[in-house]
Design a protein around this ligand. Structure first.
Ligand code: 13P
Ligand code: SF4
Length: 311
């Protein structure tokens, strides 16, 4: 089917018929968010994946998110609309190179941001997300030596907040490091009353200007709860869909990306690989399916479960 409404109706029908649950990240297309059973940040999505009673998880996000769902719910069928939907952070850390890096620091534990492959999770002691990373680092003994991977910007943010030293892997999110300082300055002149809120994957010089820093769910909550009326949002533009639904009368402006001429916000090319048509095919054919080798899964599960216990 090509017609959008037909696709939407068919997706709804198959979802029910197959007892499937659609989990979606805030960064995917708004039509897909509106079809999802649950929309959330990485922590919320993994908690849902662990708890669902559905027979099949259809994960509209990126590959590592589908993998995390499979790690937590191995008995379920986990499918994603496009296996090419990767992540620059996950790609920055190939398992063999990371294992060699880790071997240089035998007295360190490994904390990995959830944006990494199952192989990296299997090499890690604790997984963290942007909503619990600070809390988890603070819960560790002060003399505990830590490798933090793969997001160096999130790692640096935690180091600045906690005053702790950590060994950082040098990965970055191509979307969050692309906010244009020059265009942001211009926006702040135009909207002096605006609160600037940002995701901790942004670079340090951007984060130091932020009025509030948090995960996607935390940014959404901030916009809803704050008495302020105007916000510049330093994360992927997909989150604006839920923000505008929640507070239609507030002015919400995406932080500008560097290469665009106007103030168009950064978009994640991987998240945007999820389309209604691919979601339809994914439900219809129950493909492409995520598989994680059992030896890797068991080790990765231990580090993800440690996170869920500490959250
Ligand atoms: P959170 O939604 O957990 O804040 O993560 C943002 C992100 O970049 C996901 O890829
Ligand atoms: Fe990865 Fe960045 Fe895209 Fe999130 S927004 S999936 S961290 S590339």
């Amino acid at each position: 089917p090509k017609d959008k409404q037909v696709l939407i109706d068919e997706i709804r029908r198959m979802k029910k018929e197959k007892n499937a649950v659609i989990l979606a990240h805030y960064y995917v297309d708004s039509d897909i968010q509106d079809l999802a059973d649950y929309i959330g940040d990485s922590l919320g999505l993994s908690q849902q994946a662990a708890a669902t009673e559905a027979d099949m998880i259809v994960f509209c996000g990126v590959h590592f998110m589908g993998e995390t769902a499979k790690i937590l719910s191995p008995e379920k069928k986990v499918v994603i609309p496009d296996t090419n939907a990767g992540c620059s952070l996950a790609d920055s850390a190939p398992a063999d190179q990371f294992a060699a890096f880790k071997a240089q620091y035998p007295d360190h534990i490994v904390l990995s941001y959830i944006n990494c492959s199952a192989d990296i999770k299997a090499l890690s002691d604790i997984i963290v997300t942007s909503s619990n990373a600070l809390k988890i680092v603070q819960s560790l003994p002060a003399d505990q030596k830590i490798i933090f991977a793969p997001d160096a910007n999130l790692g640096r943010y935690i180091m600045n907040k906690t005053g702790r030293d950590m060994v950082l892997w040098d990965g970055a999110c191509i979307v969050h490091i692309d906010i244009s300082q020059e265009k942001l300055n211009a926006l702040r002149v135009k909207y002096p009353e605006a609160k600037f809120i940002a995701h901790p994957e942004c670079q340090e010089h951007i984060l130091t200007q932020a009025d509030y820093i948090g995960s996607t769910t935390a940014l959404l909550k901030y916009v809803v709860d704050s008495p302020d009326e105007v916000f510049i949002v330093g994360t992927e533009a997909g989150i604006l869909h839920k923000m505008k639904q929640a507070v239609p009368n507030k002015k919400i402006i995406p932080a500008p990306a560097s290469e665009n001429n106007t103030c168009a916000c950064s978009e994640c090319p991987y998240m945007k690989m999820n389309t209604l048509e691919k979601l339809y095919n994914c439900l219809y054919y129950e493909l492409p399916e995520i598989h994680v080798p059992e030896d890797v899964r068991v080790k990765a599960e231990a580090s993800v479960l440690r996170m869920l216990e500490l959250s």
